[in-house]
Design a binder for this molecule. Structure first.
Ligand SMILES: Nc1ncnc2c1ncn2[C@@H]1O[C@H](COP(=O)(O)OP(=O)(O)OP(=O)(O)O)[C@@H](O)[C@H]1O
Length: 336
């Protein structure tokens, strides 16, 4: 890829994301987790408030599961601090019993029981469980109540995992890739379920590889890479930082150096659909006016030079743009 000027580096993560006055359920401060020489989590900080859905995105091995497992109390932090409702989940698990629950990547249910028996068994261990019928309804398993767990599809097992998590009426819920293996309908059902939990003022921390899931669900999100948070905030704010995109088919007779300088914009030439593609990334404080100004300057140049801008488009940065830019940073932790 040919680049006129360096695209600005990813903005520094904003830190905790804490908003004054909100009722914090989960607090992570400069969390570090090492496995021998592997730094799986590196100085990660964020908060999740009651009634908020926070999505943790990231590349494979970014440290999402390790972070969630630490919040569940399965791991003692190598450094930093995590608190759930003010308690240390590793040192004070009794203080959190009944207040949190999780859907992990590997579930531990008995294959020979039926769905209904599994839910009843879990209800027996819980102080104030949701009714079985309501729980199965929430996760869309009503019709499978009498099915043996061993006969469930992967997506149905995931729904059962969710049932076991929501029946305890948790105040904070940790969902580690909850929709993996689910069909699109199951995924939409989960989105509805999570939205309902938000209405119940539950704090939801969700890891996912589905960007659309984060876009639909998350009040705030973070993108992890090589153990560190590289972006964090509300989706609109994150996208705004990464700028608007103007693109057009690169005219055959032009090279990158021939393209005009546009206010607040940086140009590059890439390939799209097998054709050379010119793209400007427009950044700046004035999120509403910046693209307008850059586009006006581009059109003025095109008119003046008699250049046709084929398939001209203007769009805001997408979450996929941001994610891929972060994921493309192959330099790793040393570069941060
Ligand atoms: N028990 C362990 N021992 C050694 N290394 C581990 C252990 N658990 C995780 N790791 C390493 O820590 C890093 C973070 O792993 P983690 O599972 O937290 O990533 P992730 O973001 O959840 O990845 P994925 O999206 O692939 O599930 C990886 O390099 C992984 O290999």
């Amino acid at each position: 890829m040919e680049t006129a000027q360096q695209v600005p580096p990813a903005p520094a993560p904003s830190g905790s994301g804490a908003e004054p006055g909100v009722d914090t359920a989960v607090s992570v401060r400069e969390l570090r987790q090492n496995f021998g020489t592997v730094q799986a989590v590196r100085d990660v900080s964020f908060d999740v408030a009651r009634g908020e859905v926070f999505a943790l995105l990231g590349t494979n091995g970014a440290g999402k599961t390790t972070t969630v497992e630490t919040l569940e109390g399965f791991r003692r932090p190598s450094g930093g601090q995590v608190r759930v409702f003010g308690a240390n989940p590793y040192g004070q698990p009794a203080r959190l019993r009944g207040r949190t629950n999780a859907v992990l990547q590997n579930s531990g249910v008995f294959p020979e029981l039926t769905v209904a028996e599994t839910v009843d068994l879990a209800r027996d261990l819980c102080d104030d469980p949701r009714p079985r019928g309501r729980t199965l309804e929430m996760v869309g398993l009503t019709d499978r109540a009498s099915a043996q767990v061993r006969s469930l599809s992967g997506g149905e097992k995931r729904r059962l995992d969710l049932a076991l998590a929501v029946l305890t009426r948790p105040e904070a819920l940790f969902l580690d890739e909850p929709t993996t293996g689910m069909d699109p309908e199951g995924r939409r059902d989960l989105w509805d379920l999570v939205s309902g939990l938000r209405e119940e003022n539950v704090a939801v921390l969700l890891t996912t590889h589905y960007l659309e899931e984060a876009e639909r669900l998350a009040d705030r999100l973070a993108i992890m890479h090589h153990g560190a948070i590289r972006e964090e905030g509300r989706l609109a704010d994150v996208l705004s930082t990464w700028g608007d995109r103007i693109g057009f088919r690169m005219p055959d007779h032009l090279r990158l150096a021939d393209l005009p300088e546009l206010p607040g914009a940086e140009a590059e030439v890439d390939v799209r659909g097998g054709e050379p593609w010119a793209r400007y990334t427009v950044t700046g404080e004035d999120g509403d006016g910046r693209a307008h100004r850059a586009m006006a300057a581009l059109l003025e140049w095109a008119d003046r030079t008699g250049t046709t801008l084929g398939r001209l488009e203007l769009r805001t940065a997408s979450l996929e743009d941001v994610f891929l830019s972060i994921a493309d940073d192959t330099a790793g932790p040393a570069s941060q």
